[in-house]
Design a protein. Sequence first.
Length: 254
Amino acid sequence: MIDSTIIEVRDLWFSFNGQPVLKGVNLSIHPRDFLAIIGPNGGGKTTLLKLMLGLLEPGQGSIKILGQYPKEVAPRIGYVPQEIGVNKSFPISVLHVVLMGRMRGGGGWWRFSKADRTAAQKALERMEMWKYRKHRMEELSGGQRQRVFVARALVAEPEILFLDEPTASVDTKGQADLYIFLKELNETVTIVVVSHDLSVVSSYVKSVACVNQQLIFHDAPEITGEMLEMAYHCPVDLIAHGLPHRVLRTHEDQ
């Protein structure tokens, strides 16, 4: 019987400068899941994402992606980080930013093939950004730039897409448009997104993990009282399905 788990995290511990960041984290993600990772600043959300990407090494425990160690499956993974290393004023076109997603190691000069350019066109068309292919990044809005960065992650046709705060610099309409696209993409691609915006969770994702050194997983697009108490130390009576409508009991500062 084939294991249906696409990401497996087991007893994961990680420390930075001797300070624990993650403690005994366990997580299983299945194909076509759309997982939101929430939690407070400094709670370990981005660290967990980087560990799953193979950008960091666990202090203890194991991570398997598609049955292998993260670095072994890098070509099958797409990643949109918080800060993209592209200078918006640098004279590079949208098309070439996306083509960068076809570069795999080796360094030096890279000659893009016809297949690379066809893949870049397909990714930009998918993000409705092909007509901007000759524009420079500084000529785009925040939402348009984010679409370009997602296209760059998609150009290698990944099986899993990781996004770290993808709507942090995007206006409200851009946020909604991006999540609508991600929901459609989720029909064929497993998605893991780190977000501080609780209001998007019940509308678009399928499951939620709250991270604050430890991890609580909920296999539904809802944030439980246990999650919020762990993450934000607020006693919770009710979390309505349509966040941000939530009711908190009166509580005093500790």
